[in-house]
Write a protein that binds this ligand. Structure first.
Ligand SMILES: CC(C)(COP(=O)(O)OP(=O)(O)OC[C@H]1O[C@@H](n2cnc3c(N)ncnc32)[C@H](O)[C@@H]1OP(=O)(O)O)[C@@H](O)C(=O)NCCC(=O)NCCS
Length: 195
């Protein structure tokens, strides 16, 4: 991870922000940012069913920091099973979201930097595909399209045109069909109580 983030840092050396691994001390600031940007509605999304009481995928909680180290952007990815393949085997994948940038810092390339760092890190960690629910007008620039998830469904209401995927390994989602299921590490009872 250090290598990936070093190269992302070097690329954005001129910028007024850096992309970093989230640490335990960032969680409160991240949640505050998400409340501010997305409000309570974020807890009613179908994606939330795949995140509730789970930890993000290993090494795939990233933040953007301003020059003072404050969290001004966040992206999280989650382990899921993207249905089953033609042989009936579960298809491991990642669900991306939420992605959010502090309103005061929108349009500076922070969302894009978070997306590119997350995709690079997911690929380096050997993942096969990333799925998300979001505006195609934004996510297509990162290679996300609806084609490969035609036979997959979210575990709740979702707009088919906004259900997108990026294969990190060619053909990873071939034949994948069924409902997405959470498969990530569970939050401990203590962490659930604190949340
Ligand atoms: C979407 C979001 C993460 C983009 O962050 P950002 O740092 O402003 O993004 P970037 O600076 O990398 O890119 C900005 C570009 O994306 C475009 N863009 C932003 N949201 C868009 C959307 N929903 N649809 C189409 N284009 C969008 C902007 O118009 C801008 O275009 P330009 O480069 O042609 O001017 C941020 O606006 C945000 O937090 N929105 C609220 C939360 C949200 O909707 N998250 C996504 C769903 S999980």
């Amino acid at each position: 991870m250090a290598t990936v983030l070093d190269s992302v840092r070097a690329f954005f050396a001129h910028a007024a922000f850096t992309i970093d691994q989230e640490n335990a001390g960032d969680i409160v600031a991240r949640e505050r940012l998400l409340d501010h940007v997305m409000g309570e509605a974020r807890f009613r999304k179908s994606s939330e069913k795949l995140r509730r009481n789970r930890l993000p995928a290993e090494g795939l909680a990233l933040v953007a920091r301003d020059a003072d180290g404050h969290v001004i952007g966040t992206v999280l990815l989650w382990n899921v099973e993207a249905g089953v393949d033609a042989d009936g085997n579960a298809v491991p994948a990642l669900l991306l979201g939420p992605l959010a940038v502090d309103c005061a810092h929108e349009g500076k390339g922070i969302g894009g930097a978070l997306m590119r760092a997350a995709i690079t890190e997911a690929r380096d960690r050997g993942h096969g595909a990333v799925l998300l629910v979001g505006d195609p007008e934004y996510y297509e620039r990162f290679g996300f399209f609806a084609d490969e998830v035609q036979h997959l469904v979210m575990p709740g209401p979702f707009e088919r045109r906004r259900f997108l995927a990026l294969e990190l390994k060619e053909g990873w989602l071939d034949g994948a069909a069924g409902v997405l299921v959470a498969s990530g590490r569970r939050l401990s009872a203590e962490r659930r109580k604190a949340a």
